[in-house]
Design a protein around this ligand. Structure first.
Ligand code: NAG
Ligand code: NAG
Ligand code: NAG
Length: 780
């Protein structure tokens, strides 16, 4: 895993927090260790009380006394931490493993799930997205002034941050919003909150050591994501001289409610669920979650983000979440439930090049946000970290005698990027060149280094290593070229770190759904942490530039807010559908959006249905809708038990009495994924229903199919005729293996496009997964 900058930002954001997040909050000192669990209570067994809070918490304390034998309580007394009534039915408590096991066996309990830590996954972007005040979605939505975006993250830093200042041009916040700002010694809710920042709350019971119980963002991630989604316009924003310009959130009129569930050690699932519970009760319209499970995505019933999101979506709240920064490997995407809008990360048309120039004249373009004194054109001695004490450039290990005054080439891994620069600086080095991992291909990650440093792609680092090994006295310098905006390299391109499909739990549901800007994003930053997050870095900045799916997610949350206002009657599924079917798949040079990890075209397992296109999403023509009932049918089709389904629905659903024979592949998703398990001329059929939301009730759409290699895909009927009385129409897709084609790829891709011959093109990607070639050949 790549260390800090990227990941940390994304999942809460994704990478940084990962290491710390793996430590479970267990109390090892007591004879019977206690840890935190979520107890999902069976339908009809949750206490029925008017308001959540203290009463429900007491009721759950009695629930525990009634259900755990006295002798099991004597050594360790359980403690109720949260009660949930909006995002789930049940509570979080500290329990011994014996108590937890016992509770799980009680009939009034559906499941007992151990608390787990999640990890965190940036303004040019509005114009890159095509947003304009005088036309398109921004105008149609009035900037989303009636919309509240709940941001579950590391809190918010509103002090002296114009992105969150009161905006006199905005009307009062929507009256349906019931949230508020709490006040703590470090957070004066009445001073900091206003008609832009309308909510600020914190959830810390899953943390052993919350440093300061307050919604104040001492990390920076939450401040960054919130301002990306809905920050007020700030003229002349920049990170030092980088990316200077007007910084503004995607939905400049939307209000922000911050729910802090992420702390230094990561985000505890019981805190995340409490944040969902509160955000739903407060009446937010969109929830933005730039965080996710560490490692493989949990099953939906074990994934509290999926559980909380299910309850939110059921209330009409759009939940947009980051796909994770664990790419480019397969099946790395998290937050993959069909009711969640899952966002991958891609580049914009702006880079921060910093060239490594060698003594022999060879030049390798890297990337950097170094803002200190430049090195100049005179070349300095160049060494490889592996030859001077530490190939990855760890502090204490680099030999100062051999490093002083030199530029050091550092391998990736072990410590964070900014930390490598710090280590070289500590050892008296003059500069650093950071190599990227091979898996990252063409990508290197920018960091706001405290030493003259640049990050170069793997292949460049390899050549620099070779130069070092061949020369008697290798020398180099680094030329920082500042901010470059334009058509080269092409954009967007998929970030190597962006987590990929297929969907590990429901391969028929293509994930991620879409991609959005997530590389080198400028947005607001906390005053309580340095831009590198290093202790030794004493700089404090109002804006920082960071990367991750944590950054792309709030862009989509902002667009969802604009759509929520422009199209108030649309369900979360319709909003998602509009974003997916209008997304684009070509970069600004006219090629399919590239993938930096391979240097080739990306696939829908990386970019989903494509890059979001807000101005087209407001008028998609047709939409694929889905409601709670459809999601339940989906869960039943997955083979979940009634208890597992009830964790989400909180009612006594019985899978056996509904939609017998429904297939996961028939879930009304705006994308297609099918898996062939055998190679015997197999045929897979999937059904869909589309609704006409175009301005013309009478419309005729025809299908244009691009069949994935090795298949013949047909659509029945091939023409859909909508009228006043026929707003919804069904069709069936057949994926048939071609008789004598041998497919050597693991996956092949295509698309189905419904067109009304005019402005509307409703496009869905198709992803086919093939059995291993050996299996195919033996069966032919
Ligand atoms: C919080 O801010 C309000 C409004 O600016 C001010 O009147 C109040 O004294 C502040 N409270 C504290 C504890 O500083
Ligand atoms: C907000 O509070 C009012 C009064 O308590 C209540 O009627 C309303 O349903 C609440 N709104 C939401 C979205 O919960
Ligand atoms: C550091 O390098 C110098 C010069 O080669 C050498 O004399 C010294 O022993 C090295 N120090 C360590 C701790 O390896």
């Amino acid at each position: 895993m790549e260390p800090r900058p990227l990941a940390a930002l994304c999942v809460v954001l994704a990478l940084v927090v990962a290491a710390a997040a793996a430590v479970p909050a267990e109390e090892l000192e007591t004879a019977e260790a206690m840890s935190s669990y979520i107890v999902h209570v069976a339908p009809g067994h949750a206490p029925k009380l008017p308001r959540r809070g203290l009463h429900t918490t007491r009721a759950y304390a009695s629930f525990l006394r009634a259900h755990i034998p006295v002798e099991m309580m004597s050594s360790a007394k359980p403690k109720v931490l949260y009660s949930y009534s909006h995002a789930a039915a049940g509570f979080a408590a500290r329990l011994t493993s014996r108590q937890a096991e016992h509770l799980a066996s009680v009939s009034s309990v559906l499941a007992v799930v151990p608390d787990t830590m999640h990890e965190r996954h940036t303004t040019l972007t509005p114009s890159f997205l095509g947003l304009s005040e005088s036309s398109g979605l921004l105008q149609a939505s009035n900037g989303a002034t009636n919309v509240v975006i709940g941001v579950i993250d590391t809190g918010i830093y509103p002090i002296d941050r114009a992105s969150f200042a009161a905006d006199p041009s905005l009307p009062p916040p929507p009256s349906k919003f019931n949230g508020s700002c709490v006040s703590t010694p470090s957070f004066n809710g009445s001073a900091y909150c206003n008609n832009k920042l309308v909510g600020a709350k914190f959830f810390s019971k899953g943390q052993r050591f919350p440093p300061d119980d307050s919604p104040l963002d001492t990390n920076g991630h939450g401040t960054h994501t919130a301002s990306t989604a809905a920050g007020s316009a700030v003229a002349g924003a920049a990170f030092f001289d980088y990316a200077r310009g007007k910084a503004v959130g995607v939905a400049p009129g939307a209000r922000i409610a911050a729910y802090k569930a992420c702390w230094e050690a990561g985000c505890a699932s019981i805190d995340i669920l409490a944040a969902f519970d509160e955000a739903i009760a407060d009446g937010v319209d969109v929830i933005s979650v730039s965080l996710g499970a560490v490692g493989q995505a949990p099953e939906f019933y074990d994934d509290l983000t999926a559980v909380g999101a299910f309850s939110a979506v059921r209330k009409g709240i759009v939940v947009s979440a980051s796909a994770g920064n664990a790419g480019p490997g397969e099946k790395t995407a998290v937050n993959i439930a069909p009711w969640i809008l899952t966002v991958g990360a891609s580049t914009i048309n702006r880079v921060f090049p910093a060239d490594a120039v060698l003594g022999n004249g060879e030049t390798f373009t890297g990337t950097s946000l170094y803002a200190g004194k430049p090195l100049g054109s005179a070349k300095l001695p160049l060494v490889y970290g592996g030859d001077v004490g530490s190939n990855v450039c760890e502090a204490q290990k680099l030999n100062a005698t051999k490093v002083a005054g030199k530029i050091v080439l550092c391998d990736p891994g072990v410590n964070g990027r900014a930390e490598k620069g710090e280590a070289v600086k500590l050892a008296g080095g003059a500069g650093a060149i950071l190599a990227s991992t091979e898996a990252f291909g063409e990508q290197a990650i920018s960091s706001p280094h405290i030493i003259a440093a640049t990050a170069v792609p793997f292949a460049a680092a390899k050549k620099i290593k070779k130069y070092i090994s061949m020369q008697k006295s290798p020398v180099a310098t680094i030329i920082f070229r500042g901010t470059v905006v334009g058509g080269s390299p092409p954009s967007p391109r998929m970030a190597s770190f962006s987590s990929r499909g297929p969907n590990i739990h429901a391969p028929e549901i293509l994930k991620p759904d879409v991609t959005a800007p997530g590389v080198d994003i400028l947005a607001a930053w906390t005053g309580a942490n340095s831009p590198t997050e290093l202790e030794s870095d004493k700089r404090r900045v109002k804006f920082n530039i960071i990367s991750g799916t944590s950054m792309s997610c709030p862009h989509v949350s902002g667009i969802a807010a604009l759509l929520r206002q422009a199209r108030p009657k649309w369900s979360p599924a319709m909003i998602k559908s509009a974003l997916m079917t209008t997304a684009y798949n070509m970069d600004n040079s006219g090629s399919i959006i590239g993938d930096m990890s391979t240097g080739k075209a990306s696939t829908p397992f990386a970019r989903g249905a494509g890059h979001v296109d807000p101005n087209r999403a407001v008028d998609p023509g047709l939409v694929y809708d889905a409601d709670t009932d459809d999601y339940v049918t989906f869960l039943c089709a997955l083979g979940y038990t009634d208890e597992q389904v009830a964790i989400m629905t909180r009612d006594a659903t019985s899978c056996s009495t509904r939609n017998m024979g429904a297939a996961v592949g028939d879930h009304n998703y705006p994308a297609f994924a099918a898996t062939f398990t055998i190679n015997k001329f197999a045929v897979i059929k999937q059904r869909r229903t589309v609704r006409n939301v175009g301005s013309n009730a009478r419309a005729t759409y025809s299908a244009k199919v691009t069949s994935p290699a090795g298949t013949r895909v047909t659509v029945k009927p091939e023409t859909l005729r909508f009228s006043e009385t026929k707003e919804m129409l069904e069709y069936e897709v057949t994926f048939a293996q071609r008789m004598f084609d041998i497919v050597t790829d693991k996956h092949t891709f295509g698309s189905i496009e419904w067109s009304d011959g005019g402005e509307h093109k409703v496009t869905s990607p198709i992803a086919i997964t093939w059995p291993a070639l050996a299996t195919q050949l033996s069966e032919m």
